[in-house]
Design a binder for this molecule. Structure first.
Ligand SMILES: Nc1ncnc2c1ncn2[C@@H]1O[C@H](COP(=O)(O)OP(=O)(O)OP(=O)(O)O)[C@@H](O)[C@H]1O
Ligand SMILES: [Mg+2]
Length: 498
C-alpha cells in the first residue's frame, strides 16, 4: 500500500499540486487522469523520489517515507516509467536495461551473459523481438517504450508507476501491455497508470483518481461506478468539449494537390503512388515502420527517394532538406518533439515564432518581438496551453502542453501542405478535439493534409480517406462507410482488402 496525501508543489508562481491525494493498493491498477498540466507527472515524480514535495506525506505500508533519489525509491520497491524518454540512444538494449549502479553488485561488474539471462524472460514477455544488442537509437519510439517498461519490470517492483506508457504504442503493443498489466495484477503489484487514451483506461483500470488544477476531482473511485462521460466531466469541469462540425469542402475535387508517383526509398518505400487534393485530409495508417512515416519524410525533404516523382501544390522542385521544404510551404508536426519539434531551452513565444521566421526566409521583414508574443498568446489561449505566460521555457511545460506548442507553431507558417505525424500524442481530450477542429479548418482553407496516428479511431474520425500501408506499399484505401477504426486495424495487420 502506497499513500500520498495532502501533497503540495509549486514551481515559481505555478501551483502544480495543491493537497493532492492518491492511494495505490496491491493488485489494483489505478488510473491517474487529468488534462495537460493538471499535475499528474509532478505527482508521479514525487511518488518516485524524483522531486521532493513542498507539503504532504508519503506512507509506504503505513510508514512515512522520504526518498532522496529515484534509486532510493527503487530500492524500496517503487519503480516508474516516466513520460519523457530516459534511455541512452548510443548504448544497446542490454546496457540500457541495467543502470550503472546495478552493474557493480558486490564490486563486480555483472557480465553481459548474466544480464542477458536475466533480461531474456522479461523481453520475451513484452514481445520485444529485436536482439538485445540493438542500439537503442535504432529502435522505434514504441520499441523504446517497451525497453523502458522492461527496465522497470526488472526491478521486480511492489509499486509500478507508468506515465503514459501506450501513447506511442501501436494497438498490438498496447494489447501486449494489457496482458502484462493483468499479470502484474495477479502478482499483487500496485500499479498507477497515467494515460490520455480514456477508452483504454476504462477497459484496463480498477479505480480512478482525477486531478484538476492540482487538486483531486475524483479520488480512488471504482471503475464500475464510472463512465467515460463522468471521467471527462471530472477532468474538464463544465467546459464544453464537443468538437466543431466539419466545414464542407470548399474546393473542387479536381484541384491539383500533392502527388507521389512510384516513389522508392530502399528499405522503406516500395513504389508508392499517392494523390492528395487541396482541401483533403488523407490518413496514412499502418503498423510502425510500414511506410507511413517514410512518406512524410520524403515529402518534407528529410529522405531522398531513389526513384519516383513528387509534385507539390505550388509547383516547384522537390525540396532538398527540411529548410527548403518549409520555405516551399510544407509544415511538419513530428511525433518526436524532442528531436525535431521544440527548442526546450527557449521561451514559448520563440518556439511558436521560429517557423514563421524560417518560412519568411530572406525575403521576410524583421518581425517585431511584441507582435510575435501577442500571436503566441493567442495560440496559447486557443489550444489551452497551460503556461505561466509566453516567456515560460518550453522545457518546463507538461508533456501534452509541449506537444500543443509544436502544433501551434505550424499555424504560424500558413503552409500549403501540412504533415502531421501522430500530432495528438499525449494530448488531453479537450485539446485533441480543438486540434481536430483546427486540422479541418486548415483543410477547408485549401491545404493538403497528410495525417498519421497511432490511434485508428482518430484517423477514422478526422480523415476523408485513409491509405493503409504494409511493407512500404499502399495495401488498401478506405473511405466512406468502410472507413472505420476496426477496418484500419484489420488491414494494417495484414488482412486482405477484399
Ligand atoms: N520544472 C518545472 N518548472 C516550472 N513549471 C513546471 C515544472 N514542472 C511542471 N511544471 C508546471 O506544473 C504544472 C503541472 O505539470 P505536470 O507535468 O505535472 O502536468 P501533467 O498532468 O503531467 O500534464 P501532461 O498530461 O501534459 O503530461 C504545469 O503547469 C507545468 O507547466
Ligand atoms: Mg505529464
Amino acid at each position: 500500500m502506497y499513500l500520498a496525501s495532502g501533497i503540495g508543489k509549486r514551481f515559481g508562481g505555478v501551483r502544480a499540486l495543491d493537497g493532492a491525494r492518491i492511494e495505490l493498493r496491491p493488485g489494483s491498477v489505478h488510473a491517474l487522469l487529468g488534462e495537460n498540466g493538471a499535475g499528474k507527472s509532478t505527482l508521479v515524480k514525487i511518488l518516485a523520489g524524483a522531486l521532493p514535495p513542498d507539503e504532504g506525506e508519503l506512507l509506504l505500508n503505513g510508514a512515512p517515507v522520504r526518498f532522496s533519489t529515484t534509486r532510493d525509491a527503487v530500492r524500496r520497491g517503487v519503480a516508474v516509467v516516466s513520460q519523457e524518454p530516459s534511455l541512452f540512444p548510443d548504448l544497446d538494449v542490454l546496457a540500457n536495461l541495467f543502470p550503472a549502479c546495478d552493474l557493480r553488485r558486490g564490486g563486480l561488474l555483472l557480465d553481459r551473459k548474466a544480464m542477458a539471462r536475466k533480461a531474456g524472460p522479461v523481453l520475451d514477455e513484452l514481445e520485444l523481438t529485436r536482439p538485445p544488442t540493438t542500439r537503442v537509437g535504432e529502435l522505434t519510439l514504441a520499441e523504446r517504450q517497451l525497453v523502458e517498461i522492461a527496465r522497470a519490470l526488472l526491478e521486480d517492483p511492489a509499486v509500478l508507476i507508468l506515465d503514459e506508457p501506450t501513447s506511442a504504442l501501436q494497438a498490438d503493443a498496447a494489447a501486449r501491455l494489457l496482458r502484462i498489466l493483468a499479470a502484474l495484477r495477479s502478482r499483487q503489484v500496485a500499479v498507477a497508470y497515467v494515460s490520455h487514451v480514456l477508452e483504454e483506461v476504462v477497459r484496463l483500470c480498477d479505480e480512478v483518481t482525477v486531478l484538476r488544477d492540482g487538486r483531486n476531482a475524483l479520488s480512488a473511485v471504482p471503475m464500475a461506478e464510472l463512465t467515460l462521460e463522468k471521467i471527462v466531466r471530472a477532468m474538464v469541469g463544465d467546459r464544453p468539449t464537443a468538437p466543431a462540425a466539419r466545414p464542407a469542402p470548399s474546393l473542387d475535387a479536381g484541384t491539383a494537390g500533392l502527388r507521389l508517383r512510384g516513389v522508392h526509398v530502399p528499405g522503406h518505400l516500395d513504389g508508392v503512388d499517392l494523390e492528395a487534393r487541396q482541401g483533403e485530409i488523407v490518413g496514412l495508417a499502418g503498423i510502425a515502420g510500414a511506410g507511413q512515416t517514410a512518406v512524410l519524410e520524403v515529402v518534407c525533404g528529410l529522405r531522398i527517394p531513389s526513384a519516383g516523382t513528387l509534385a507539390y501544390p505550388g509547383g516547384g522542385p522537390r525540396p532538398r532538406g527540411l529548410r527548403q521544404a518549409i520555405r516551399a510551404g510544407v509544415a511538419v508536426v513530428p511525433s518526436d518533439r524532442k528531436r525535431l519539434g521544440l527548442m526546450l531551452d527557449k521561451p514559448l513565444w520563440e518556439n511558436i515564432a521560429q517557423v514563421r521566421t524560417v518560412a519568411l526566409g530572406r525575403t521576410g521583414a524583421w518581425v517585431r518581438a511584441k507582435d510575435l508574443r501577442e500571436r503566441a498568446a493567442a495560440a496559447t489561449a486557443r489550444l489551452r496551453i497551460r503556461a505561466s505566460g509566453p516567456d515560460q521555457l518550453a522545457g518546463r511545460l507538461s508533456g501534452g502542453n509541449q506537444q500543443k506548442v509544436v502544433f501551434a507553431k505550424w499555424l504560424e507558417a500558413a503552409p500549403g501542405v501540412v504533415l502531421l505525424d501522430d500530432p495528438t500524442r499525449g494530448v488531453d481530450v479537450a485539446a485533441k478535439a480543438e486540434m481536430h477542429a483546427i486540422v479541418r479548418e486548415l483543410a477547408a482553407e485549401g491545404r493538403v493534409v497528410l495525417l498519421t496516428s497511432t490511434d485508428p479511431a482518430e484517423l477514422a474520425q478526422v480523415c476523408d480517406r485513409v491509405l493503409v500501408f504494409r511493407k512500404g506499399r499502399v495495401a488498401a484505401e478506405l473511405a466512406g462507410e468502410r472507413l472505420t477504426d476496426h477496418e484500419i486495424l484489420h488491414l494494417a495487420h495484414g488482412a486482405n482488402s477484399e
